[in-house]
Each structure stands twice: as structure tokens, then as C-alpha cells.
Design a protein around this ligand. Structure first.
Ligand code: COA
Length: 148
């Protein structure tokens, strides 16, 4: 895996992968630019020969020791090769270095692939939001403790 922190030069590829990965609730180009410039977010990406294979947006909330996976996406042709897992593990290392004790995220109740990924990485469901997404769908809240 060639995971690194993304910068503003990566914006076109990151926005394109979001658009290809989510029918609704994806991160648009403007929001992605905001994350790339924000001190309260880290965008990680995996690439091979200069081609983006996957990315993960991690957000931090000052005053809380909880980091949040805001988005994760792996390109269709690169799925099933461990890239999602590697991005999650790298995000946990970054969160730990920034002093976070837990990582949380929301996943659609219908998104079985993402649920399987995060369960495989040690995340557990601790809550449920109704009517969470633009289309009215529900979300599961997952969490992992990353420090003792
Ligand atoms: C969810 C997603 C990021 C997974 O990425 P990936 O690189 O294909 O996942 P990995 O290859 O790292 O898989 C790691 C583990 O996750 C689980 N998993 C991943 N995809 C799965 C699937 N389609 N079905 C069942 N389990 C799956 C497996 O346990 C897998 O381990 P294994 O290969 O040893 O069985 C990818 O499918 C994706 O981009 N989906 C569209 C965007 C999305 O839904 N993002 C999540 C929003 S919360």
C-alpha cells in the first residue's frame, strides 16, 4: 500500500472518486477542498502509479478525544484487495498520534460491505440514527477504542 496524506493537488481525483462511490451524501468538490485545507481534518489516500485507489477522510473535534471517519471510498477496480482495511488502520494511527481515544463513524444500515469492513477492523455498533441520510435511510453508529 502507498498511503499518504492528500493535498490540494489531489482534489480532482478525490472528488471524482467520491462522486463515483456515493449516489447521495457524498462529499462534493467544495467540501473536499475544505477538508484538505482544514487543520481539523486529515485526508488519507492510497495510490498506485499515480492513480488514486482509495481515500479516507478523518475529522477531529477540538475538546473531544473522538476522531470521526467522515468518508471512505475505494475505486471499483481496487476493491477486495485490503485497501479499505489499510486506510482504516492508518487513520487509527493518525488519530492515536493526535490524542484521540476513540474512532467513530456512521454507516448506512444497507451498506453491508462497509459494515463488514469496520467490524473486521474491530468496530462495534453502539447506536442508531433514524432518517440520517438525504434519502431518509437509517444509520448505524460504530465505534472503536484505540487507546488504553
Ligand atoms: C466499503 C469499502 C470501502 C471496502 O473497501 P475494500 O478495499 O474493498 O475493503 P478490503 O478489501 O480492505 O476488505 C477488508 C475486509 O472488509 C470486509 N469486506 C469488504 N468488502 C466486503 C464486501 N463487499 N462484502 C463482505 N465483506 C466485505 C471483509 O471482512 C474484508 O476482509 P477479507 O477480504 O479478509 O474478507 C468499499 O467497498 C467502498 O468503497 N464502498 C463504496 C463506498 C462506501 O460505501 N463507503 C463507506 C461509507 S460508510
Amino acid at each position: 500500500m502507498a498511503i499518504r496524506v492528500a493535498d490540494i493537488q489531489d482534489l480532482p481525483a478525490l472528488a471524482a472518486l467520491e462522486e463515483a462511490s456515493f449516489v447521495c451524501d457524498g462529499v462534493d468538490r467544495r467540501a473536499m477542498a475544505g477538508f484538505l485545507r482544514s487543520l481539523a481534518a486529515v485526508v488519507l489516500l492510497d495510490e498506485a502509479q499515480g492513480v488514486l485507489r482509495g481515500h479516507l477522510i478523518l475529522r477531529f473535534n477540538s475538546g473531544h478525544r473522538i476522531a470521526r471517519v467522515y468518508s471512505i471510498a475505494v475505486a471499483e477496480a481496487a476493491k477486495g484487495q485490503g485497501i479499505g482495511r489499510a486506510l482504516v488502520q492508518c487513520a487509527e494511527e493518525v488519530a492515536c498520534r493526535r490524542g484521540s481515544e476513540r474512532v467513530r463513524l456512521e454507516i448506512s444500515v444497507d451498506n453491508l460491505a462497509s459494515q463488514a469492513l469496520f467490524r473486521a477492523c474491530g468496530y462495534a455498533v453502539f447506536g442508531h440514527y433514524e432518517d440520517y441520510y438525504e434519502d431518509g435511510g437509517d444509520a448505524l453508529r460504530l465505534e472503536k477504542r484505540i487507546s488504553n
